[in-house]
Design a protein around this ligand. Structure first.
Ligand code: ADP
Ligand code: NA
Length: 343
C-alpha cells in the first residue's frame, strides 16, 4: 500500500473559476509535480454532490465533460493521477450508507453550511432534501473509501474534513482500529478568493452575477473587464484590510497569489507588504496589475482547454481509465468494511 494517498474533489457544476484554481486546483497540480511514485493521487468530479440541488440533466452532462477537460488543461496527468467521475464508482455511495449508520444527526445539523442553507430557506424542512442535509457524509465516504491520508481543499471545506475524521474514528473504535485511514487536511495558502461584485461573499460557481467570478476559460478582454468593474471603495490609498476594505483587499490577494508568492501569505504580512508597494498608485493600476497576473495564469490553461474540449474520444478514454483505477482503489476498502461490519 502507498505511504501517502491524496484525494480531493470538485463539483462539475460549471467551468472552474479563479477561486477554485488558487484555492484548490493549483495545489492539486503542485502535489502531483512534487510527489514521487509512492504517493497515490486521486481527484474526483463529484457529480453526486452536484444533484443536492436540482440540475438539468443535459447541462450536468455537459459540465461533467467540461470539468474533466479543465482538470487535464490545468496540468493534471491522467497517467499519474486517478481522475474520475464519482458516480462511476458506486463504492462511494455504499460507504456513505454504512457511515450514515454511524454519523450523528446532531453533528450534521450544527454544521455551518447547513445552517446557512436552512436560514435562506423560507419554506422549512418539508422542502429541504435529505441529501442536502447529509452530503457531508458522502464527502466523508469520498475521502475514506480511498484510505486517504491527505486532502487538499479550500478553507470552506475544513469543517467537513473534521467531520470525516470524527466519523472514521467512531467507525474504527467500533469495528477495528485500522479499518479506515484518518485523513489530514492541506489548506491552500490562497484561502479565500472573494466575489468581484460582492466582496463579502466568496467567489463561487453559483453566484447569479457572472461578473462576480473569473472563469478559467475567460478571454484576455473579459478578464480585464471583470477586474476593471470589480467593486472597491472610495477610501484613500491602497491598504490590505479585509474586514474593512474587502474589495481592495481581494484585489491585493488576487495579485499576491496569482503572482505566486508561495512562501508567504498565511498571516497576511505578504499582502500587507504588497499593498504598501502599490500604495501611491491608483486602483486602476492595481486592477491592471491583477489582470496581467491573472491572464498569465489563465492563458495557457484556456489554450489547452480549447484543444481538449474538442477531443471527445480522448476525454471518454480518460474518464474510463480513471473510473477503472478508482474502482480498484475503493474496492479494497469496501471489502474491509463489509467484513468488519458483518455483511
Ligand atoms: P464552488 O463552491 O465554486 O461550487 P466547489 O464546491 O466545487 O466550488 O469546490 C471545489 C474546491 O474549490 C474546494 O476545495 C473549495 O474549497 C475550493 N473553493 C471554492 N471556492 C473557493 C474560493 N472562492 N476561494 C478559495 N477556494 C475555493
Ligand atoms: Na464549495
Amino acid at each position: 500500500t502507498p505511504k501517502k494517498v491524496i484525494f480531493s474533489g470538485i463539483q462539475p457544476t460549471g467551468v472552474p473559476h479563479l477561486g477554485n484554481y488558487l484555492g484548490a486546483l493549483r495545489q492539486w497540480v503542485k502535489l502531483q509535480d512534487e510527489s514521487d511514485k509512492s504517493t497515490r493521487l486521486i481527484y474526483s468530479l463529484v457529480d453526486l454532490h452536484a444533484i443536492t440541488i436540482r440540475q438539468d440533466p443535459a447541462q450536468l452532462r455537459q459540465w461533467k465533460k467540461e470539468s474533466l477537460a479543465m482538470l487535464l488543461a490545468i496540468g493534471l496527468d491522467p497517467t499519474r493521477c486517478t481522475i474520475f467521475h464519482q458516480s462511476d464508482v458506486p463504492a462511494h455511495s455504499e460507504l456513505m450508507w454504512v457511515l450514515s449508520c454511524q454519523a450523528s444527526t446532531g453533528y450534521l445539523g450544527r454544521m455551518t453550511q447547513w445552517k446557512d442553507k436552512t436560514s435562506n430557506e423560507k419554506e422549512g424542512s418539508e422542502r429541504l432534501k435529505l441529501g442536502l442535509f447529509s452530503y457531508p457524509v458522502l464527502q466523508a465516504a469520498d475521502v475514506l473509501v480511498h484510505q486517504t491520508t491527505h486532502v487538499p481543499v479550500g478553507y470552506d471545506q475544513a469543517q467537513h474534513l473534521e467531520f470525516a475524521r470524527e466519523v472514521a474514528q467512531g467507525f474504527n473504535h467500533l469495528y477495528g482500529a485500522d479499518t479506515l485511514a484518518i485523513p489530514e487536511t492541506i489548506i491552500s495558502p490562497a484561502k479565500r478568493v472573494m466575489s468581484l461584485t460582492d466582496p463579502q461573499a466568496k467567489m463561487s460557481k453559483s453566484h447569479p452575477n457572472p461578473k462576480s467570478r473569473i472563469l478559467l476559460t475567460d478571454s484576455e478582454e473579459t478578464i480585464k473587464a471583470k477586474l476593471k468593474s470589480a467593486v472597491t471603495d472610495s477610501l484613500e490609498g491602497i491598504t490590505y484590510d479585509p474586514p474593512n476594505r474587502p474589495g481592495v483587499s481581494n484585489l491585493v490577494d488576487i495579485i499576491f497569489h496569482a503572482e505566486d508568492h508561495t512562501s508567504a501569505g498565511e498571516d497576511g504580512s505578504g499582502q500587507a507588504a504588497l499593498a504598501k508597494e502599490l500604495n501611491g498608485t491608483s486602483l486602476r493600476v492595481v486592477k491592471e496589475r491583477a489582470a496581467t497576473a491573472v491572464n498569465d495564469i489563465v492563458r495557457p490553461i484556456r489554450e489547452r482547454y480549447a484543444e481538449l474540449i474538442e477531443q471527445q474520444s480522448y476525454l471518454d478514454e480518460a474518464a474510463a481509465a480513471g473510473a477503472f483505477k478508482a474502482q480498484i482503489s475503493a474496492a479494497e476498502t469496501i471489502q474491509k468494511v463489509r467484513k468488519a461490519i458483518g455483511v
